[in-house]
Every structure is written in structure tokens, then in C-alpha cells.
Ligand binder design. Structure first.
Ligand code: IPE
Ligand code: IPE
Ligand code: MG
Length: 239
């Protein structure tokens, strides 16, 4: 079983357009999939689930769509906190939250605080997130700590660098899923996905359900993760 699954939830707009509806209609239905997948992940005892819900680049969408998404976010979080608590799910948020509307920031802070004591699934929402933003931020903070002589440049290794990322408290995802038939990473966890297995499906996010999540996990379990070694070496380690 993977410990950490990351998902790029894509295809809401096309799902809506296929039915002659407004893009926001797709986002609304996308929330149903989020509920179902979070529930499905909790049911199989997954430790970490990261959902890419809004990228830094998504701020450049039409103002009406951005506003609709923010409203949907605030609304959903407010409604879902009791369910998160009932299912022992702890909410985390990664991303440039300072860019979010103040009411969304407040709602997120409250939801995090209210679920902080939960010990089951860690649900990580990537909001106003982009990997280049995260990496640049890490570099700036490292430079600042070097300047203040808190760390020495020669002590910077992968472990130290990792501590400066927004994901410092989580293991790297072993499996990354993207829906909607797009084969790209779109600025998501570029550093953390170094050795993740990638799973792509044509299913649009509003149609994605836990059965397909389990199918992706089964597919993952058939893969041979070599981490640069040879297949023979890996078989020896497993034996
Ligand atoms: C994913 O669906 C949700 C967000 C990026 C907020 P899209 O809105 O990207 O849907 P498509 O890709 O245009 O179909
Ligand atoms: C990636 O989807 C971001 C999220 C799912 C939140 P996009 O729809 O923004 O990605 P591109 O533009 O197709 O690469
Ligand atoms: Mg998209």
C-alpha cells in the first residue's frame, strides 16, 4: 500500500461543458468526487492524501470563475468539518494562502484547528499552490537562515532542504494520479514526485469515484519501483 497518494483533480470544466453547463457546475460536482475519494481513502487506511485543488496559475482564470471557486471552497470547508472529525481526518493546507480572500483564509485556519487532534487520514489541500513558488520560497528562506548564520551552506543536504518545503511533515507521494486525460504535472510537487509512480486516466474529475482510486492502487502494486537500481537488485532486496 502506498502511504501517500497525490491527485491532480482535473476536468471539471470539460465535464460541465459536455452537458452544456457552466464551468462552475463542474466544480460543484467535483466536490462530490472529493467527498467520495476522501471517504474511500480513509476506508482503506491511507495515511496521506494530497489534492491539488487550485494552482497559483489558476488565479489567472476569468474573475467570475475564480470568485465562484473561492466561494465554493469556503462553503465546502464549513460544511465538511463535522464529517472530517467524525472520520478522524486531519486537514492540512499547502500553498500561498496569503493570496486567498480573507474569509477563505479564516475558514481554512478554523478547519485546521478544529481537526488538529485527529489521528487518521491526513488530508492535504494544495490551494494557491505551485511547485516553483514553493521551491523559490524554500530557497529564499534558506538564504535568509544562512545570512543569519542559523545554518551553514555546506550542511544543506536533501534532508535539510526538505524541511523548507511546505510538505516537510509528509512523506513523498508514492503514487500520483491525474484525471481528465492530460499527461502533465502542471507545477505540482515537482520535487516530491521525483520517484512517484504516475497514473493517468481519461475520467473527468466529477466522474472519479473510489472504485477507480482502488484500481489505480492495484495498478501501482504491479509496478516495479527501481529507484535507479537494476531489476535484479530490487528482486534481491525484496527476497
Ligand atoms: C480542475 O478542473 C479544477 C481546477 C483547476 C480548479 P478544470 O477547471 O481545470 O477543468 P478543465 O480542465 O478545464 O476541464
Ligand atoms: C491543474 O489543472 C491544477 C489543478 C487541478 C488544481 P489545470 O487545469 O490548471 O492545469 P493545465 O492548465 O491544464 O495544465
Ligand atoms: Mg484543467
Amino acid at each position: 500500500m502506498p502511504r501517500h497518494i497525490a491527485i491532480i483533480m482535473d476536468g471539471n470544466g470539460r465535464w460541465a461543458q459536455e452537458q452544456g453547463q457552466d464551468r462552475l457546475f463542474g466544480h460543484l460536482h467535483g466536490v462530490e468526487s472529493v467527498r467520495n475519494i476522501v471517504e474511500g481513502a480513509a476506508e482503506i487506511g491511507l495515511e496521506y492524501l494530497t489534492l491539488y485543488a487550485f494552482s497559483t496559475e489558476n488565479w489567472g482564470r476569468p474573475q467570475y470563475e475564480v470568485a465562484g471557486l473561492m466561494e465554493l471552497l469556503v462553503d465546502t470547508i464549513r460544511k465538511e468539518v463535522p464529517t472530517l472529525n467524525k472520520n478522524n481526518i486531519k486537514l492540512h493546507v499547502i500553498g500561498d494562502i496569503a493570496m486567498m480572500p480573507l474569509n477563505a483564509q479564516k475558514e481554512l485556519e478554523e478547519a485546521k484547528a478544529e481537526t488538529a487532534g485527529n489521528t487518521g487520514l491526513n488530508l492535504v489541500m494544495a490551494l494557491s499552490y505551485s511547485s516553483r513558488w514553493e521551491i523559490l520560497n524554500a530557497v529564499k528562506n534558506i538564504a535568509e537562515d544562512v545570512k543569519q548564520q542559523k545554518i551553514a551552506p555546506e550542511s544543506i543536504n536533501q534532508q535539510v532542504f526538505q524541511q523548507y518545503l511546505t510538505t516537510h511533515a509528509f512523506p513523498d507521494p508514492e503514487l500520483m494520479i491525474r484525471t481528465s486525460g492530460e499527461y502533465r504535472i502542471s507545477n505540482f510537487l515537482l520535487y516530491q514526485l521525483a520517484y512517484a509512480e504516475l497514473y493517468f486516466t481519461n475520467t473527468l474529475w466529477p466522474d472519479f469515484r473510489k472504485e477507480e482510486l482502488y484500481k489505480a492502487i492495484k495498478d501501482f502494486q504491479k509496478r516495479e519501483r527501481r529507484f535507479g537500481k537494476t531489476g535484479e537488485q530490487i528482486k534481491k532486496i525484496i527476497k
